[in-house]
Write a protein that binds this ligand. Structure first.
Ligand SMILES: Nc1ncnc2c1ncn2[C@@H]1O[C@H](COP(=O)(O)OP(=O)(O)OP(=O)(O)O)[C@@H](O)[C@H]1O
Ligand SMILES: [Mg+2]
Length: 310
């Protein structure tokens, strides 16, 4: 897959001297869903703002589908849809006007059928003649999404699209994102709901303090850094772990009632360590009452990564 967006050695120092991006390299593949994760103030919105022409870069290069934004900003911007983090709509326009205007802004011919489809997909059709100020917060957010899709972009940025959004809209939104991806649109999203990234993304990028600290396929990341904590509860308490019981680090709870070990990697059913431990217990006549396991999430991995890079 070719790269649809390429960012090289990108830096941004704001006028007050704050370095928000410190040499970011990032290449986004055509048709992927890429989740950019990072704590508050990491530089996500700044990065997106530069690609979308809202923030001026300090140094570096951004190429959108073969077009350098410094050379032909308008041509590059036309390929991009942005759902911004902050609500930014003209409150006194109707939904229909606002979305149609966005399409015109990027030099696309009017296409009422397309605008209608976008509004229907976002359940905004019955609100099309309503002034935006008369919509609820979640509906205003839907309008922002409609505006971003009005000109049929190839790349869609979603900056915190689900912040303050109800469960139903979140579900609809992700459903729509999947459809867009199937139609070939590349999606770059930021979210603080890491489980959403775990569900949706093909690749994960982590940014912290203006630096990209990781870019990896989601499944590879989960395999590499994921862990399962397995706990065997014993029928009778034990005062020490018998010699040679297990070939891996095993710990006995302080009350002697359970044994715990950590299995690395994604749970793919191929690891037989638990079966071996249980057989060894049976062979020694040690009875157990239950086995429980808890798998680390992308969120655990994320917190660990960001914590380590502080
Ligand atoms: N106009 C500005 N002038 C000075 N500093 C700014 C400006 N805009 C953003 N910053 C700073 O740049 C850093 C990165 O901000 P940015 O909005 O890109 O973070 P973010 O990763 O999107 O955070 P969040 O998750 O809170 O949205 C922050 O420390 C912020 O205070
Ligand atoms: Mg932000």
């Amino acid at each position: 897959m070719g790269s649809v967006l390429s960012i090289e050695k990108l830096t941004k120092t704001y006028d007050n001297g704050f370095a928000a991006l410190k040499g970011v390299d990032l290449s986004i593949r055509r048709g992927e869903i890429f989740a950019l994760l990072g704590p508050n103030g990491a530089g996500k919105t700044t990065l997106i703002g530069i690609v979308c022409g809202l923030v001026r870069l300090s140094s570096g290069k951004v190429v959108v589908d073969g077009v350098d934004i410094a050379e032909n900003y308008r041509a590059a911007r036309k390929k991009i849809g942005l759902v911004p983090q902050e609500l930014s709509v003209n409150m006194f326009e109707s939904v229909w006007e606002s979305v149609s205007f966005s399409r015109g802004l990027f030099g696309k011919k009017a296409d009422p059928a397309h605008v209608e489809k976008v509004l229907r997909d976002l359940s905004l059709w019955d609100k099309k003649d309503v002034n935006i100020r008369a919509l609820s917060g979640g509906m205003k957010r839907r309008v922002l999404i409609a505006k971003a899709l009005a000109h049929e972009p190839e790349i869609l940025f979603l900056d915190e699209p689900t912040a303050g959004v109800d469960v139903e809209l979140r579900r609809d939104m992700w459903e729509m994102v999947r459809h867009l991806r199937e139609s070939g649109v590349t999606i770059i999203l930021t979210t603080h709901y890491i489980e959403e990234a775990e569900d949706m993304a093909d690749r994960i990028g982590v940014i912290n303090r203006g630096e990209i600290i990781l870019v990896e396929e989601k499944h590879a990341l989960m395999r590499r850094l994921g862990q399962t904590r397995i706990c065997v509860t014993l029928t009778e308490k034990m005062d020490h772990i018998p010699e040679g019981l297990f070939d891996r680090p095993l710990s006995l709870s302080p009350d002697g009632a359970s044994l715990t070990f950590i299995r690395m990697g994604e749970n793919d059913g191929k690891d037989d360590s638990l079966a071996r431990l249980l057989k060894n217990l049976v062979a020694r006549g040690i009875d157990f009452a239950s086995v429980t396991s808890s798998q680390s999430s992308l969120e655990d991995i994320f917190i660990d990564l960001v914590g380590k890079s502080r």
